[in-house]
Design a protein around this ligand. Sequence first.
Ligand code: CA
Length: 235
Amino acid sequence: MGRNLEDIDLKAFLFDMDGVLYDSMPNHAKAWVHAFKSLGLEFTDYDVYMREGMTGSSTISEVFASQLGRTATEEECQRIYKFKSQCFENLPQPPKMKDVEKVLSAIQAAQKEIFLVTGSGQLSLIDKLNHSFPGVFARERMVTAYDVKKGKPDPEPYLIGLKKGGLRPEQAIVVENAPLGVRSASSAGIFTIAVNTGILRDEELLKNGADLLYHSMEELYLDLPRILGVTKNLR
Ligand code: CA
């Protein structure tokens, strides 16, 4: 907290993927709730959104500990996560987040670089991104599950993103939607914009270190000229 837009020598935006580029969280929520329900365990949509970015094993272990009073075995974690993934795959492809293309285009027009920092480990991610957002993302400007050891909420993924771009924290802005993602970016010392595209209370994002908060990509898009104006031509 306490970072100022005025102190940013802006070179790049670092984007999270789920809930930012794609409106994929409703599907994740459906799949997790269904997977736990099949075991007789309580898990709400809100629980899913609060844990976004956590590994599957950590989520399963937490629910086992709180509701069954024991840890989940490795085998249980794998089986339940596999079932959740199958449920997710069976749902229709999530759409692009409304108005995100306008945001990306405006950033490109301002000649700022665009990086992706995601916990996703989908194999054909770059193909999918190139199909959805032609000419925006590149492999050398991406951090995925394969690049990290700890993942969000650790600052590691965003620190790796900065390193890939040869950037200092004060040269970038992060766009995130999840509490743990905001905490990761904020702990990496980067100015963090939260776009609350889901069902959580704003407070969940603000208390994890969001410097600015919007409720839609449209809102962010409308404020972008101000953000770019305040940060540019500083030094
Ligand atoms: Ca996200």
